[in-house]
Design a protein around this ligand. Structure first.
Ligand code: NAD
Ligand code: ZN
Length: 361
């Protein structure tokens, strides 16, 4: 195992460490022991990820004395449901999992969200550890404690805030990730640079090619920086009462685009990339940032191979509708995240129509 970086998420008694490094999957057993976990461990994963990484995780845990139960759920967002959750409970109950037994998620954001919600609710809460395997999960969904499932009427409508005991991020796992998933995850990394960190943004402008070529040293550094940025935001506002909303930069339009295209056309990060480009354009139009800031944002998104334009055929009206069902403040306006310069943001209340009008111009 090479060098490992540690990012602490400081949430009082719910504090935990995120371990990031190359090849640290083999240390999973030691890391679980180090956070006080013992006995039974359910590794929740899907067939795609199991085929690639279940054996090494199984061995790493078993060699440290853990009793491992693999729990497979089907692959895909459409299985992020109460029905899938129920199958996990069935296994935990039939395997006689106790309150101190542990649930480990091994997979992308879907597995992490479902497994996390299972851990949050089984016997009113069992220890939970995330082993994220997509870039999106490594820099975003595994950090911050949001867990849950979808309902037929909307995404993530059922869930809980539940922090893991540890997050184990092995960047070498990204080598098997389809390129499209990798690039989509990069949108969230770019977002962190825009909202909080000019140095990260500069590093991406310089080294994006090497990052996308999976240079492990740079990847470890950038994933650790991204986790640290999200951790600092969460520490200020764990339950999204206020400041955490800064993480929604690019997501107002991004979510609307996903909804307007029935969640079929775009990966989340692809829609967010367009949303970020449009948010930058709106910030410029409204006098919040200069043309140079907008230009750098749009250029970096394009460099990643992501689109910055709303595709033809998606009407402004359908986007306005999508934004209206998204989170709103009490006055019916949307708390739109504006970038005032690289690394700086403010909130600006806008109606869905105002955002739609700005998109149309
Ligand atoms: N909890 C949060 O804070 C939070 C934040 C953002 C997104 N999310 C959720 O995350 C989900 C999206 O996560 P995602 O983008 O990771 O998608 P995903 O979990 O569907 O994974 C994408 C695909 O990659 C496969 N895969 C995973 N790791 C792989 C690897 N190393 N090699 C090869 N294939 C691999 C998966 O099996 C899947 O087919 C959504 O449900 C979203 O709501 C949650
Ligand atoms: Zn996102």
């Amino acid at each position: 195992m090479d060098l490992m970086q540690t990012v602490k998420v400081d949430l009082g008694e719910r504090s935990y460490n995120i371990f990031i490094g190359e090849g640290i999957l083999s240390a999973a057993g030691d890391l679980l022991k180090a956070v006080g976990i013992s006995g039974k461990v359910a590794v929740v994963t899907n067939p795609t990820v199991a085929q690639l990484y279940l054996d090494p995780v199984h061995d790493a845990l078993q060699s440290c004395g853990f009793e491992v139960t693999p729990v497979l759920i089907p692959d895909g967002e459409e299985y992020k449901t109460l029905a899938t959750l129920s199958t996990i409970f069935d296994r935990l109950i039939s395997e006689r999992f106790e309150r101190k037994s542990c649930v480990v998620s091994l997979g992308g954001g879907v597995v992490g969200d479902v497994a996390g919600f299972a851990a949050a609710t089984y016997l009113r809460g069992t220890p939970f550890v995330q082993i994220p395997t997509t870039l999106l999960a490594q820099v975003d969904s595994s950090v911050g404690g949001k867990t849950g499932v979808n309902h037929s009427r909307g995404k993530n409508l059922i869930g809980a805030f539940y922090q893991p005991r540890a997050v184990i991020i092995d960047v070498t796992l990204l080598s098997s990730l389809p390129r499209r998933e990798l690039v989509a995850g990069m949108a969230e990394v770019i977002k962190y640079g825009i909202i909080e960190d000019p140095a990260l943004f500069g590093q991406l402008e310089e080294k994006l090619d090497r990052l996308l070529a999976l240079d492990r040293r740079i990847l470890t550094e950038v994933v650790a920086t991204s986790c640290a940025i999200k951790a600092r935001v969460i520490e200020k506002d764990e339950r999204e009462d206020d400041h955490r909303a800064v993480l929604n930069f690019g997501h107002t339009v991004g979510h609307a685009l996903e909804a307007a295209t029935n969640y079929q056309r775009f990966l989340h990060g692809e829609a967010v990339a367009i949303g970020m480009a449009k948010a930058a354009a709106i910030a410029y139009q409204q006098g919040f940032c200069d043309t140079m800031t907008m230009g750098r944002i749009i250029k970096l998104i394009k460099m990643a191979g992501l689109s910055t334009e709303i595709p033809e055929g998606v009407s402004t009206q359908s986007l306005i509708q999508g934004m209206e069902v998204d989170k709103k403040s009490a006055d019916g306006k949307i708390k739109f995240v504006i970038c005032t310069g690289i690394g700086h943001t403010c909130f600006h209340s806008l109606t869905a129509e105002q955002i739609g009008d700005a998109l149309g111009t």
